[in-house]
Design a protein around this ligand. Structure first.
Ligand SMILES: NC(=O)c1ccc[n+]([C@@H]2O[C@H](COP(=O)([O-])OP(=O)(O)OC[C@H]3O[C@@H](n4cnc5c(N)ncnc54)[C@H](O)[C@@H]3O)[C@@H](O)[C@H]2O)c1
Length: 336
C-alpha cells in the first residue's frame, strides 16, 4: 500500500539503522512499492559487545533484511569518513533510524556521541545534496510530562530522552541556518510489529507477552495494569508517518502515536483472545517508585501538517502481528 502519490521510483534513499526494526520495515516499503528506487541500508549490525546494563550495543540483524535487494553497508555513524563517502550517492532522502535505541543504557558519553553528534554529520551529508531528512526522535523526550504529551513540554528522565531532545535542538538550529532544507523529527511512541524480535528484551510488550503466552506461561503484569496506559503504535502507521513527513515539505518535530492510549492489560487480553489461550494474569508489585502511568501522543499537528492518519487499532495491529509472533516462537527463539 502506498502512502503518498509522490513517485519514489528512481530516487536514491539512505536508511541508517536499516538492519533494525523500523529501518528494515522502511527498506521493504520502498522495495515493494517502488521497484526502481535505489535503497541503501547503512548499519553497524550486531556484535557480541554489550553496554554496562548487559544489553547488546546494537541490535541490527541480517535476518531483518532477508529478501532485501538493495545495497547494504556495514558502518558506524560515528565514523565521519564513512559518512562522507556516502555523498557520492547523492541521496534524495535520508531516513535516519540508527541510534542507541535502548532507553536503559546508562553510558552517557557514547549515547550522546552516537545519537546526537553523529546526527550532525548526517545533517552535513544531507546539506551537500539538499537531501530531505526524516529522523527518529522519541516520546522519551517527554519523560514524566503530563498527558497528552505535546511538543514543547519535554522533561527527559534519562540520557536516551536527553539525546533525542538534543537531536531536535540540533535539527531546529540547522534549519534556521539552512532554511531551504527539510528536516523532520518523528517522536515515535511505543512501536510494535514485525522485525522487532532482534531487539531482545527491548522489544515491545506485545511481542514479549505473546511469546510468554505461546510458551504456556501466564502473562506477568504489575498490579493495576488496566490503569497503566501507553500510546501503542503499529509499525505500518510508523512507516506511513515517515513517508508523509518525507513529502510534506515541512520542518519540525512531530508526535507519532495513535492519540488513543491503551493499557498493558488490554494487550494481554487481546493476545489471549487472538491466540485462543485462557491463562489469566499473574500480578506483581511494580518495583519502580517513579513510573509513567499514562502516555498519549497529541497528534493534532502531525495530522494537520503531515496529513498523517493512524489507521490501525491495537486490536487490528495485534491480529495482524499474531501469525508473525507464532512464526518467531516456532522458528527463531533460542536460535541466535
Ligand atoms: N521502537 C520504538 O518503539 C521507538 C520509539 C521511539 C524512538 N525510536 C527510535 O527509532 C529508531 C529506530 O528504532 P528501532 O526500534 O528500529 O531500534 P533498532 O535498535 O532495531 O534499530 C536501530 C538500528 O541502528 C543500528 N545502530 C546502532 N548504533 C549504530 C551505529 N553507531 N552506526 C550505525 N548503525 C547503528 C542498530 O544496529 C539497529 O539496527 C531509533 O533511533 C530509536 O531510538 C524507536
Amino acid at each position: 500500500m502506498r502512502y503518498s502519490d509522490i513517485d519514489f521510483n528512481h530516487k536514491a534513499i539512505l536508511i541508517t539503522g536499516g538492519a533494525g526494526f523500523i529501518g528494515s520495515n522502511l527498506a521493504f516499503y520502498f522495495q515493494e512499492n517502488y521497484p526502481t528506487c535505489k535503497v541503501v541500508v547503512f548499519d553497524i549490525f550486531r556484535s557480541e559487545a554489550t553496554f554496562s546494563n548487559g544489553n547488546l550495543k546494537s541490535f541490527g540483524h541480517f535476518k531483518n533484511l532477508i529478501g532485501f535487494k538493495g545495497e547494504v553497508i556495514s558502518g558506524d555513524i560515528n565514523d565521519e569518513e564513512a559518512l562522507k563517502k556516502l555523498a557520492t550517492y547523492q541521496f534524495d532522502y535520508i531516513f535516519h533510524e540508527a541510534a542507541i535505541s535502548d532507553t536503559t543504557v546508562l553510558d552517557q558519553g557514547i549515547m550522546v556521541k552516537t545519537n546526537v553528534n553523529a546526527f550532525k554529520s548526517i545533517l552535513e551529508l544531507a546539506k551537500e545534496n539538499n537531501t530531505v531528512v526524516v529522523y527518529a526522535s522519541s516520546a522519551a523526550t517527554y519523560g514524566n510530562a503530563a498527558s497528552p504529551q505535546r511538543v514543547g513540554q519535554e522533561q527527559p528522565q534519562n540520557v536516551y530522552g536527553f539525546s533525542k531532545l538534543s537531536m531536535d535542538n540540533l535539527a531546529r538550529e540547522f534549519c534556521l541556518q539552512n532554511p531551504h532544507m527539510h528536516v523532520i523529527g518523528l517522536r515515535y511512541f511505543n512501536v510494535y510489529g514485525p522485525r522487532e524480535y532482534f531487539k531482545n528484551t527491548t522489544a515491545s510488550m506485545v511481542l514479549q507477552l505473546g511469546l510468554q503466552l505461546l510458551s504456556g506461561k501466564t502473562p506477568r503484569l504489575f498490579y493495576g495494569s488496566d490503569k497503566i496506559v501507553r500510546d501503542f503504535i503499529y509499525i505500518d502507521d510508523v512507516v506511513q508517518a515517515n513517508i508523509k513527513a518525507a513529502v510534506s515539505g515541512k520542518n519540525g518535530v512531530y508526535n507519532v502515536g495513535t492519540g488513543k492510549p491503551r493499557s498493558f492489560q488490554d494487550i494481554a487480553d487481546i493476545l489471549q483472545k487472538e491466540l485462543g489461550t485462557n491463562l489469566g494474569t499473574a500480578y506483581f508489585t511494580n518495583p519502580y517508585s517513579a513510573y509513567q502511568m499514562h502516555t498519549e501522543a497529541d497528534i493534532s499537528f502531525t495530522c494537520k501538517d503531515l496529513e498523517y492518519e493512524p489507521k490501525i487499532s491495537l486490536e487490528e495491529g495485534i491480529k495482524a502481528y499474531v501469525p508473525e509472533i507464532k512464526r518467531i516462537y516456532e522458528s527463531e527463539m533460542n536460535r541466535g
